[in-house]
Write a protein that binds this ligand. Sequence first.
Ligand SMILES: Cc1cc2nc3c(=O)[nH]c(=O)nc-3n(C[C@H](O)[C@H](O)[C@H](O)COP(=O)(O)OP(=O)(O)OC[C@H]3O[C@@H](n4cnc5c(N)ncnc54)[C@H](O)[C@@H]3O)c2cc1C
Ligand code: FES
Length: 322
Amino acid sequence: MNYSTYDCIDAGTENCPCYLALTGDCLTCSRLQGKDSCDCNWKGVCIYNEFMQGNGRVNNPRKEFTAGIVRRKFYLDDLAVFVLDVGKGFAIKAGSPGSYVFMRGRKDTRFYDIPISVMHADVERGQIHVAVKVISTKTKTLLEENEAFVLRGVYRNGIQGLEAVRPRNLKNASVLLVAKGIGLAPAILTAESLGNRNRVDLVVDTEKISTELVSDYLSESGSETAGSGVEIHRIRYMSLGSEEDRQTLERVMAEEKYDSVAVLASDYYVEQIGKLTERILPEAKRAFSNNFRICCGEGVCGACSVVNAGGETIKMCKCQLK
Ligand SMILES: Cc1cc2nc3c(=O)[nH]c(=O)nc-3n(C[C@H](O)[C@H](O)[C@H](O)COP(=O)(O)OP(=O)(O)OC[C@H]3O[C@@H](n4cnc5c(N)ncnc54)[C@H](O)[C@@H]3O)c2cc1C
Ligand code: FES
């Protein structure tokens, strides 16, 4: 993976300038990095100007709030979906591929904050749906909460290679989403965002996940179950670890000639299917889960840091690789 060229996911958004501008560490603006002249490649609104005009403050810092649990549904003993009351404004912002929030139970300290992907944004009702897969302390604690969570967001960098799946970039494109495990949650949001204007195929590995969860949110166009969720072109269930299914996936890729391929799974499958995509569809744009340990999401704590070939420390919660 090439970590040397990247954009800041928040540059030019309502959350820019951010905390990094306060300390001379803006990822984009050379002036806010302490240089005398401007040598940035940023083509949006001038971040330096925004910072100065805003009296040197963080723009719109993401604040914690309490979001009531409207509904909870268990799909497996260790997999539950929560419908949360977040208000319309928040739900609108949460509808883009790669959106995630930080969540913890009301009585828990900030140590318990974890990133959880937005799986569905219901703007009309002002709700978001999130799926929690239990692993250990923090996810178990989330499942004990019955009334409300403390939420912070919306954060945008849950997927790397977002240009491959951004709704504004794609029209009449053919898109393949491959999901395994809890990667299904961001895959559902991505499928919903792209489904109307593009031909979207979803491959789901059924291990550790419920097919009922898929059918509650998505359906195949023309199928008997159509109407129970957003319609997409095709849903295939596979085992990504099986050689036979891997060959099927290879054949499907070659036949369908996808414009974009997104792999929302563990790093192992991101690498394996990434190589397959490179071989079969070298022209396809690629996206994949941002699987780094993300703790603050603001580029401050350093939990997600990686040092690139040039010796530069990159914060993967903020950096969108190019
Ligand atoms: C952008 C993003 C979106 C995510 N979306 C979802 C989701 O929709 N549903 C869901 O159930 N889980 C999601 N996760 C993973 C979830 O945050 C971790 O499973 C959770 O933090 C594990 O905490 P734990 O105490 O239960 O287990 P731990 O024992 O603390 O961790 C188990 C494993 O989870 C991973 N993990 C732990 N802490 C973090 C962290 N802060 N950031 C990333 N990974 C971590 C590590 O791989 C670790 O080995 C997402 C992670 C990221 C980065
Ligand atoms: S998660 Fe804190 S710096 Fe990235």
